[in-house]
Design a protein around this ligand. Structure first.
Ligand code: ADP
Ligand code: MG
Length: 703
């Protein structure tokens, strides 16, 4: 019998939860903390001192010796610098472990090496980290010993955001404020706040660590840059939801335990479409906490994999020819009196509110499709979007048959007069049908799908932070809510005005609705006719951040300043260039030091064989043909290598970030593909024993 695991006890055992604060803090301090968590504001230094001491005592009891302000710079991952609680010993040589309120709420890391896109020069290295009180502190159990991690936002000396959390928090405030205005219109006087909730489903690959360490591409780029397809791929569809193998099962078991300790509600686990691919989904929670937890999930996945002799690949496309990995971002808005604005509801009144919210979301997505697309772009995701495994690069909305029909009716009925008579709207909608999500009716090819009481944004890349997509969703919806509220608050006849507005928005923005096959070429054509943007790459998406439209939106709601947007654009170009550069250099290294020498050795063996066979008087035509084939591809490989070396040099010498990023995309990537082709063909010709690193078959079928 296996040991009974007390999950209730284990859950959040490494988190300084509100419950623990209640136990450990004086009542008045606890109240102050709770109030700030709910309503915002700043903790007084006196209270911060008390909280810090309680937090430190708890952490020390759990074995922690250090703390860190845990933040999310623009690298997309998290950063931490550990400080011990150790203080100066007194004259007797005794030392007391201490942690002050000031240290808790504010940090000042020397942050000169984080990307800032020109916002901060290295001589002004100071950056500040400030505690995000709404996201609880936790203890990470790493080889360094348990570390108390305090989730923080990261800003420059002059207050510009240098991270992903700050704009997310700003966007949450913006959408809350505007959404409250919307529910007020419908007589909800209780709600004081609307919270964006997020559930992020995380896909990942697991490969054997020893094999992975034999491949420079997996080490440096997190994906394979060479590799012929294995004889079997995912065509049998036998991996998706298949039985979980023992080694993977043991990993998942451990991963769940580690996540539960950290207060992450790991809920579902299953095998995904590609061999060696899996998924984990937690239960949804407040957006900023969900974003933090997704970072914890990614980090824990990697750490636990190491313990199991495996490597977890979070790259969007670790292997060519089989599916890559994404991260579905489920998003909804809920009032603090428990109303989900994306739930159609049961009364006509709720239905109208829902239709207004829907109309606003349609408008937001249509107007800012470019920004939403940008929010899901990263270097790796360029391999997925539009590649028949992930949503296309074109943003559209899927509503499902029932709801699409409701929208159509609303658009078509020209009657402006609307009154609720006997529970029936003159638009022909009584109470809306039940939109319980129906598994058979779900469109997997849509990037933004309504699934019953939430929208599922399916474009995000597996390695990316969930911060940007949610910042954008909150921001664009805040704008649409604001514009609707501006009009409706002034309306003399509210019923009439809301009806008109819903109809107007839906009519104007119905082009964003698409319920068909998003993978088809026909859709690409149709979308172009509708005038929907089709932004094909991360580099092309960068410009969307600094359009007049974007600057107006973000400045209006205090989410980004123009300077912050420009800096982010700069960082994106740099990130793109650096990433492709590493990939190019890795390919150059592998081709020159591994593939070419191995093949040269193999041709030598073949040549010796040809001579020996001929000398023995036998027919050496097969050997000769093989030698000719291998040699000609070897020549092609060498030529492509020379070309890649040349363009990489040109690229890395460029100094305009934008031009450089485009050059990497258009020229360097092409040279990389040209090198990969003959090299992969060689892999198919050369003796398996002579090939210098593990193949796709070794990696994804023998975990
Ligand atoms: P799928 O079929 O896409 O895997 P699930 O029902 O498993 O869908 O849900 C996926 C994610 O959506 C989970 O993380 C779940 O907690 C989250 N989710 C469910 N309801 C909401 C909601 N109202 N708002 C945000 N996320 C939600
Ligand atoms: Mg999903």
């Amino acid at each position: 019998m296996s040991e009974v695991l007390n999950v209730e006890e284990l859950f959040a055992s490494n988190v300084f939860t509100l419950g623990k604060m209640k136990e450990r803090l004086p009542k008045n301090v606890y109240k102050e903390v709770k109030k700030i968590m709910e309503q915002g504001g700043e903790l007084s230094l006196a209270a911060a001192d008390v909280v810090a001491k309680a937090m430190k005592d708890w952490a020390v009891e759990k074995g922690a010796t250090h703390y860190t302000h845990w933040f999310q710079p623009l690298t997309g991952i998290t950063a931490e610098k550990h400080d011990s609680f150790v203080t100066h010993p007194d004259e007797t040589g005794k030392m007391l472990m201490e942690f002050s309120g000031k240290e808790l709420i504010k940090g000042e890391p020397d942050a000169s090496s984080f990307p800032s896109g020109g916002l901060r020069s290295t001589f002004e290295a100071r950056g500040y980290t400030a505690w995000d009180m709404t996201s609880p502190a936790f203890i990470k159990e790493a080889a360094t010993g348990p570390i108390l991690c305090i989730p923080t936002a990261f800003c420059s000396y002059t207050g510009e955001a240098l991270d992903k959390k700050t704009p997310l928090l700003r966007s949450m405030e913006a959408v809350s404020e505007q959404a409250v205005r919307i529910v007020r219109l419908f007589g909800n006087t209780e709600a004081t706040k609307v919270t964006a909730s997020v559930g992020g489903e995380q896909e990942y690959f697991l490969v054997d660590q020893k094999k992975a360490l034999q491949r420079e591409d997996l080490i440096f780029a997190g994906r394979t840059l060479f590799g012929a397809p294995a004889p079997k791929g995912q065509e049998m569809e036998d991996h998706y939801f298949g039985v979980i193998r023992e080694r993977i099962g043991a990993y998942m078991n451990d991963l769940n335990k580690e996540l539960w300790k950290l207060g992450v509600t790991a809920k579902t686990q299953h095998n995904e479409v590609a061999p060696a691919q899996h998924e984990l989904a937690p239960i949804y929670e407040t957006a900023n906490i969900a974003v933090d937890h997704n970072q914890i999930i990614m980090e824990t996945m990697k750490r636990v994999a190491g313990k199991h002799g495996m490597r977890c690949l979070l790259h969007e496309k670790p292997f060519a020819g089989v599916n890559g990995s994404g991260k579905h971002n489920n998003w909804s808005l809920t009032t603090d009196n428990g109303i989900n604005l994306l739930d159609p509801g049961e009364t006509p009144n709720e239905n109208i509110q829902f239709l207004l919210v829907l109309a606003c979301i349609m408008k937001a997505i249509d107007i800012h499709a470019d920004l939403l697309r940008q929010s899901a772009s990263n270097v790796g995701n360029d391999h997925r979007l539009g590649a028949n495994e992930a949503p296309p690069a074109i943003i559209s909305m899927f509503l499902g048959e029932q709801l699409e029909d409701v929208v159509r009716q609303l658009v078509e009925t020209g009657v402006a007069a609307t009154s609720i008579e006997g529970g029936k709207l003159e638009t022909g909608v009584s109470t809306l049908p039940d939109f319980e999500k129906d598994a058979t009716d779900r469109n997997r090819t849509s990037p933004f799908a309504f699934t019953g009481n939430k929208f599922e944004f399916r474009m995000v890349g597996s390695s990316d932070s969930l911060a940007s997509p949610n910042t954008i969703l909150n921001a664009i919806v805040a704008e649409a809510f604001c514009e609707a509220a501006d009009r409706l608050e002034k309306a003399e006849d509210f019923d009439m005005a809301v009806h008109d507005l819903i109809k107007e928005y839906m009519t104007k923005h119905q082009r964003i609705i698409f319920n068909g096959d998003g993978y088809s070429d026909a859709w690409v054509e149709k979308a172009a006719k509708r005038g929907l943007p089709n932004i094909k790459s991360m580099v092309e998406a960068v410009d969307t951040l600094t359009t007049e439209k974007a600057i107006r939106l973000f400045e209006r709601f205090g989410i980004f300043t123009e300077a912050e947007l420009a800096s982010r654009a700069e960082v994106l170009y740099e990130t793109y260039a650096k990433t492709i550069n590493i990939e190019a250099l890795t390919m150059i290294d592998m081709a020159s030091k591994q593939i070419i020498p191995a093949v040269v050795g193999y041709t030598r063996t073949l040549a010796d064989t040809v001579l020996a066979v001929k000398e023995a008087g036998a027919d050496a035509s097969v050997q000769t043909e093989l030698l000719t084939n291998v040699s000609s591809r070897l020549k092609e490989t060498k030529e492509a290598l020379v070309k890649l070396i040349e363009v990489e040099k040109t690229a890395s010498a460029m100094d305009d970030a934008r031009a450089q990023a485009y050059f990497y995309k258009d020229t360097v990537k092409e040279a990389m593909a040209a090198l990969r082709k003959p090299a992969d063909e060689l892999e198919m010709l050369v003796d398996r024993k002579a090939w210098p690193f593990p193949t796709y078959a070794d990696l994804i079928f023998e975990v």
